[in-house]
Design a protein around this ligand. Structure first.
Ligand code: COI
Length: 350
């Protein structure tokens, strides 16, 4: 389908000044992609200047949280081209999240139109510094004005973009969250929905006061095994091998998680996807068997973990950042930024 380009897009892009300090998700590209769905029928998309949305105060998204999103990145490669990292995985995950919330999945061709068009028009906004990128945030919301608890009949799909540094650069101090749960068993833990992030905020506010950076969530059913962080998956290096929680239904299937598993195996590491008991993990940190741990995600890439705080005790990792995390981070960035061959077929030139 052909994409309508609003004539005002050109002047929005001309008037944009890239600040020296980017941060994460703080600087918004001056254009956005938009498509609407009415009674199951999708429009072709349009590229328009970035602007506030006009929403009815009774829109379903505001009351019943019909909202899901993706996080993905466009990289400037060493050949001066621009490529998206595994956009097909984000398209599939957004469709999965949408289905969980009874929303119509965004068709993959429309999703690709959105992320490709925004990236192509924002080509000059893709940073050239290693570790920085154009962070893309596709999202889908239910817009029907109606207070009955039922699925919306109308939806809007957007792609906004933000030239960004990595999120959570530096070592992280984790707090083992034993009080609250982030997602319910059978709930939305394996979907990327706003409500999961809202459910993590109170824990984050509590732990910040105690001097920690992020919550480590436990499985909501057994309260014993590690699930993930609020916006990142978890890995531990134990006896030189990688261990990550198996997908349990309450863990988001991270694209970076999946890529690191493939990359690590390709580099010769043994990777275990299994249930990780928190008490066993903490004792392995205490006796040094667990040498390093890190979190990963699209926004963060890889963030080393330096400490686990639990019940007033601090369990200090021997190495932060550790050699395995450093090696994987570099190997992933080398593919994303075009310094090594893309042997997995992950990069999609725009
Ligand atoms: C991402 O890594 O892209 C995320 O969505 C995590 C967070 C910034 C919400």
């Amino acid at each position: 389908m052909s994409i309508y380009i609003d004539p005002a897009v050109a002047s929005s892009l001309r008037g944009f000044e890239m600040p020296e300090k980017l941060g994460f998700g703080a600087v918004m590209a001056p254009v956005m992609f938009r498509a609407v769905c009415q009674d199951g029928c999708w429009s072709s998309g349009e590229l328009v200047p970035y602007a506030p949305l006009s929403l009815d105060p009774a829109a379903k998204v505001l009351h019943y949280a019909q909202s899901c999103f993706e996080g993905m990145k466009a990289y400037r490669t060493t050949s001066a081209g621009i490529s998206l990292f595994r956009p097909d995985r984000n398209a599939a995950r957004l469709a999965h999240s949408a289905e969980r919330l009874c929303m119509p999945p965004v068709p993959e061709p429309l999703f690709m139109d959105g992320v490709r068009t925004v990236t192509a028009y924002c080509a000059n906004l893709v940073p050239a510094t290693s570790g920085e990128s154009l962070y893309l945030r596709p999202f889908l919301i239910g817009t029907q004005a109606d207070l009955t608890v039922s699925a919306s009949t109308s939806y809007e799909f957007y792609v906004i973009a933000s030239p960004s540094e990595a999120y959570h650069a530096g070592n992280m101090r984790l707090w083992v969250e034993r009080e609250d749960s982030r997602a319910a068993v059978g709930g939305t833990g394996d979907a990327k929905v706003g409500g999961n992030y809202a459910a993590s905020l109170l824990s984050i506010a509590r732990l910040k006061k105690r001097g920690y950076d992020q919550s480590l969530w436990l499985n909501p059913g057994n309260r014993q095994t590690v699930d993930e962080l609020s916006g990142m998956n978890f890995f531990a290096v134990i006896g030189g091998e990688l261990h990550t929680p198996a997908l349990s239904g309450s863990i988001l299937e991270g694209v970076t998680r999946d890529s690191l598993i493939d990359l690590a195996r390709d580099l010769g590491y043994t990777v275990h996807e299994r249930a990780i008991e928190i008490d066993e993990l903490l004792s392995q940190v205490a006796d040094g068997t667990c040498e390093e741990a890190f979190a990963c995600g699209t926004a963060a890439i890889i963030s080393p973990i330096s400490v686990f705080g639990d019940n007033g005790e601090n369990y200090q990792l021997a190495k932060a950042p550790g050699a395995v995390a450093e090696r994987l981070r570099q190997a992933l960035l080398d593919i994303q930024e075009g310094r090594t061959e893309d042997r997995f077929g992950w990069m999609h030139p725009v």
